[in-house]
Design a protein around this ligand. Structure first.
Ligand code: PMP
Ligand code: GLN
Length: 380
């Protein structure tokens, strides 16, 4: 039988590849982004409670109502805009499904989608599956900022969507209020949809504020915004998240969502809804992870890895050009096998393979593990 692949150039994701390699070499896995510590026992008890209480059948298609209400309240509290829990939110199987559903609900053959590279790896393949064309905007080390005049030159009559991601994985950069205003101006009087991946909304450091699309009412009208409970409550294994958007866009989103998954795990949704009644749980995250970033940077002091400022996310980039001129994919493999610390090479997130000799390390780990990794890397 002849198989015609819809994704002929796609292999296994770098996260799977590096985690397997890390295991094989018994390295410290600072590659794939997940915490090595557990979620709150209170959250675990709530899941148990709702499982026992019989919340074991299908949740409503859009998600548990109480959870939707809590999330809409939270959006208003943080960003000044309250989506309608009945028509402007859907609970999804992680941000990954929200992104897949958002792209596939709107992108058709030959539509162009602009995205910021290095780009998280789950955007481009979905555009391709839908017959769309990716138009990359290249962010460059070390500051990874957007020049909106250059961005404007990428917009064509075929541009259907612009995907942004702030705080940005893998670079740790953030978009400012001025960036968001320029995006708002750029898309004014067009039919361009903005897909804003904000899974690290609570991980913004040094007193900066997260500039959500929700703070910009005109931009909101053309946007779908994705979030992940995995990042917010240290439960990446639950694969739960949500998508916000104005009713006309959310209606189209749900047309796909209902045939994509229909609905997602019910007891977990109920548990998160209760857990979210205490905002401290997510409001303390920026501090928590900023301390980890600073602890990690301290343990790396004196090493030949040069840190690139991290303003958000739980990823720290390092320039290793003082150590080696190897390709970053080779260097990341060697780091894992020889130095005992697994990392993610950044070139895999650029469609042209641009290689600035930079690797990404995840600092969502206990101080013990960060200390141990720092010790190994200081010796390199
Ligand atoms: N977007 C970005 C930028 C991510 O880093 C991730 C992975 N954590 C996701 C989306 C996917 O999130 P989830 O695990 O909730 O599917
Ligand atoms: N988002 C995580 C990261 O950037 C990994 C997600 C995955 O493994 N698919 O490391």
């Amino acid at each position: 039988m002849k198989i015609t692949s819809k994704l002929p150039n796609v292999g296994t994701t770098i996260f799977t590849v590096m985690s397997l390699l890390s295991k094989e070499h018994q390295a410290i896995n600072l590659a794939q982004g997940f915490p090595n510590f557990d979620c709150s026992p209170k959250l675990q008890d709530l899941v148990h409670h709702y499982t026992k209480k019989g919340f074991n059948q299908y949740a409503p298609m859009a998600g548990d109502l109480k959870l939707r209400q809590e999330l809409c309240k939270k959006s208003e509290r943080l960003y000044g805009l309250r989506p309608d829990p009945n028509s402007e939110i859907t609970i999804t199987a992680g941000a990954t499904q929200a992104l897949y559903t958002a792209i596939s609900a709107f992108i058709k053959t030959d539509d162009e989608v602009i995205l910021l590279e290095p780009a998280y790896d789950s955007y481009a393949p979905v555009v391709e599956i839908c017959g769309g064309k990716v138009v990359p905007y290249t962010l460059k080390a070390p500051d990874y900022t957007v020049d909106w005049e250059k961005m404007r030159q990428l917009v064509s009559p075929r541009t259907k969507m612009i995907i942004i991601n702030t705080p940005h994985n893998p670079t740790g950069s953030i978009l400012t209020a001025s960036d968001m205003e320029q995006l708002q101006t750029l898309t004014r009087d067009t039919d361009i949809i903005v897909l804003s991946d904000e899974v690290y909304e609570h991980l913004v450091f040094d007193g900066e504020a997260h500039q959500s699309v929700l703070r910009f009412p005109e931009l909101w009208q053309r946007s779908l915004v994705t979030y992940s409970f995995g990042k917010t409550f240290h439960v990446t294994g639950w694969k739960l998240g949500y998508c916000l958007g104005p009713a006309p866009l959310m209606k189209e989103f749900q047309k796909v969502h209902q045939f994509n998954v229909f609905s997602v795990s019910h007891p977990q949704q109920r548990a998160i809804a209760d857990f979210m009644e205490s905002p401290e749980e997510y409001l303390s995250l920026a501090n928590f992870f900023q301390q980890k970033r600073d602890f990690f940077l301290k343990t790396m002091e004196g090493s030949r890895f040069r840190p690139i400022p991290c303003k958000g996310t739980y990823f720290q980039l390092f320039d290793y050009s003082a150590i080696s001129q190897e390709k970053d994919t080779d260097f990341a493999r060697r780091m894992t096998a020889e130095y005992g610390v697994a990392a993610i090479p950044i070139s895999v997130f650029y469609s042209d393979g641009r290689d600035d000799r930079v690797v990404r390390l995840c600092f969502a780990k206990t101080e013990e593990v960060l200390e141990e990794a720092g010790k190994l890397l200081r010796e390199v």
